[in-house]
Design a protein around this ligand. Sequence first.
Ligand code: XMP
Length: 317
Amino acid sequence: DWTSDVFIDATIADLKAKIGSEKVVMGLSGGVDSSVAATLIHRAIGDQLTCVFVDNGLLRKNEFEEVLDSYKHMGLNVIGVDAKDRFYKALEGLTDPEAKRKAIGRVFIEVFDDEAHKIEGVKWLGQGTIYPDVIESVSVKGPSATIKSHHNVGGLPDFMKLSVVEPLNTLFKDEVREVGRALEIVETIIGRHPFPGPGLGIRILGDITAEKVKTLQEVDYIFIQGLKDHGLYDQVWQAGAMLLPIQSVGVMGDERTYEKVVALRAVGSVDGMTADWIHLPYEFLGKISNEIINRVKGVNRVVYDISSKPPATIEWE
Ligand code: XMP
């Protein structure tokens, strides 16, 4: 029978044998998968592992600083790269969801490649790929997918010449969490909702600007913090907010306003392949809606998404 302790011991022994005295580079996302994978590799080979955490300007509010801090506390050798402006520049004027995804993926690879180059003699690329990523071969998600889709685009980035090491590629999400807890990784990382690689970039419909990111970060923060404060966060598989590319009329004092609409989404799921919308209490939704409209400049309307997947997806893109 599968137990996390057996898995951990066997995996560490396997990684030691495979990697020996060579160096590994790995991108971290702040999510469960890459954090658990990095911790396992670190247990096996220590500081032969260098981690890279990129601020793509599309993370949640305060996420870059907080997650970087957690990683440092965990003893990981991690380089934080502020690449916000590179991403915003590449995204300028793009409105097509696929074009935006491609731009985000391309810049990520450029930034990561720059960092990987600084590590002399690196031989391996660590990845947090889990089993559902492996089987979902057509529309694979995550950094590994991003890398694959660029495979065809011409010149291979140098780190693509690295051998890949994916210690979690036989596990499901709940098993990854179990392993993470056995490794004593902090609950703020283990219990974290899934968050897409392209981040808020696929939750801002239409073109992306630094200002829109700021707006959505504030909305998202109020919603997520609200879920935590009301004991709802752990009952939800994933939650977030979408910034819509439309404005609607509102009223403030004697004035008509013409401002943005945000949609809140909270779903239950096992692996993201199918999902049901969560029946959040009306009182909670009302309170959060008020808070968003009162506190976030430029937003005058909040709606709640009651569609399930399929046919609706989780992200609005
Ligand atoms: P959809 O929107 O397809 O999302 O129902 C299903 C799950 O996948 C996540 N997602 C991504 N995760 N890179 C990721 O790492 C991506 O490009 C990506 N796109 C979607 C989404 O957040 C949900 O959990």
